[in-house]
Write a protein that binds this ligand. Structure first.
Ligand code: ADE
Length: 228
């Protein structure tokens, strides 16, 4: 999978992408992440990418030209499955959407700023708009990093144990059960006996029951989904 991220702050991605699973996935050639500075596509001598809103009002809007120049330069090189705009008013991102997007070859993620982007980009170039939650971020970069992380970990061969993405919370509409590691007793708090029993079938059943209990308590809506 190849992900092209269009941003005015490429440095914001250095942290999230240079550690752990994403870093290893890129090193192993399972994923390619390309960062593009939208300013490089501005024809303005000051490399401006934003301008005042028509009709007045506070806040700048990202101009169509640099963004479209960047999108078209990429489209000249390859076909894209989706051109996604990170937007607080987009479709709400969730695990089924991550699963679906992770099957694609080439994605563009466009990060907006200021009061948003010129509506003509949204109408004529963007194929999908995604929000990572009902709150407003200062820009689309953190959202793009979240989406990139959630897609890359699903790619075959990225996680060491192929089953571990499948047993993630949300994959079967169930949250994960509690997990413990050594020591078996910490400040008087004990690991449940069943987990020390070595009895695989019973441990599996216990984990399932705990996952159901947790889901009913914390995400009743998710639980209702499986029982519809
Ligand atoms: N840009 C600003 N807020 C956002 C959000 N909640 N999701 C995606 N992109 C955004």
């Amino acid at each position: 999978m190849r992900i092209d991220i269009l941003t005015i702050f490429p440095e914001m991605f250095e942290g999230p992408f240079s550690h752990s699973i994403i870093k290893r996935a890129v090193e192993k050639g399972k994923a390619e992440i390309h960062l593009h500075n939208i300013r490089d596509y501005s024809t303005d001598k000051h490399r401006r990418v934003d301008d005042y809103q028509y009709g007045g009002g506070a806040g700048m809007v990202m101009m169509a030209e640099p963004v479209v120049n960047c999108i078209e330069a990429l489209q000249n090189e390859r076909d894209y499955d989706e051109i996604i705009y990170m937007a607080p008013d987009g479709e709400l991102f969730d695990q089924p959407m991550a699963n679906q997007l992770s099957t694609h070859q080439n994605l563009i993620l466009l990060c907006g700023h200021y009061k948003g982007i010129d509506e003509r980009i949204r109408q004529h170039f963007i194929t999908r708009e995604i929000s990572i939650g009902n709150y407003v971020l200062s820009g689309g970069e953190l959202a793009a990093a979240v989406i990139t992380d959630s897609l890359i970990r699903l790619l075959p061969g990225v996680l060491n144990d192929e089953t571990s993405a499948l047993s993630d919370s949300y994959q079967d509409n169930l949250l994960s059960p509690p997990a413990y590691t050594r020591p078996a007793e910490f400040r008087g708090m004990k690991v449940p006996d069943i987990l020390l029993s070595g009895h695989e079938a019973r441990i599996k059943e216990w984990r399932h029951d705990e996952a159901v209990k947790r889901t009913k308590e914390r995400r009743p809506g998710l639980f209702d989904n499986i029982n519809e």
